[in-house]
Ligand binder design. Structure first.
Ligand code: 3DU
Length: 216
């Protein structure tokens, strides 16, 4: 199912234990708009964890796919067959590689999101100088949305201006120093929070607190 901003929160479950991930997803009880899975969880618990997580809502497969078009198609097909609702791919591999992810997503009625500027400090070295080109590439290829940094709200605002109708998912809130409200004010449609929720004593309360900040 396509991502629809309701709570505007996406929870990244970067855990190495499938049972723990499922237990947190269950506790969250669908208050987030999606659960995001990445290699730490998939490599430790297996791809089938997506099917179990899906019982609790949409699942975004953050595989940062960045290969030749054929390999990208094969990777995306595995994610969608396992039940993912959306895939995240890199844009730097080029428009044909991105298009392969988008085409595969549409076969399954799913979405593809393209990374533009990442949220960590090192992203200023190579990605930042090309971020606007990556936004344009994603837009032309027909991506559902892009990934842009909550850690740099001013860059997020610039990217928003160039993104047109594409949805923006903003990681970097909480542990990486980004602020939820500022990211949304800068133009993000969703914030992505990992450690700030799964690392909290009470992940449900922590998620509620982020959602409250977004409502204010
Ligand atoms: O820093 P956190 O624990 O809130 O986790 C953020 C998640 O989002 C994590 O899965 C990371 O791999 C992903 N992500 C970024 O942090 C930054 C990006 O630019 C793209 C994805």
């Amino acid at each position: 199912m396509p991502l629809v901003p309701r709570s505007r929160l996406i929870v990244a479950l970067d855990l190495m234990d499938g049972y723990e991930a499922l237990s947190i997803a269950e506790k969250l009880g669908g208050i987030a708009d999606a659960i995001k899975v990445n290699y730490p969880l998939i490599l430790s618990a297996g791809l089938d964890i997506i099917k179990d997580l899906k019982k609790h809502g949409n699942v975004v497969a953050d595989f940062k796919v960045a290969d030749i078009p054929n390999t990208n198609s094969l990777i995306c097909a595995q994610a969608f067959k396992a039940g993912a609702d959306a895939i995240i791919c890199h844009g730097f591999a080029g428009s044909d590689s991105v298009k392969a992810c988008i085409d595969e997503a549409s076969k399954y009625g799913c979405e593809a999101y393209v990374v533009t500027e990442m949220s960590h400090p090192g992203a200023v070295e190579f990605l930042q100088p090309h971020a606007f080109e990556l936004v344009e590439l994603a837009r032309r290829a027909g991506a559902s949305g892009i990934i842009a940094p909550a850690t740099r709200p001013e860059r997020l605002a610039d990217i928003r201006r160039k993104a047109g109708k594409m949805k923006i998912l903003a990681p970097g809130v909480g542990a990486q120093g980004g602020e939820a409200r500022r990211a949304i004010d800068a133009g993000a449609d969703f914030i992505i929070v990992g450690r700030g929720i799964y690392g909290a004593d009470d992940p449900y309360e922590a998620a509620l607190e982020f959602i409250e900040q977004l409502r204010r």
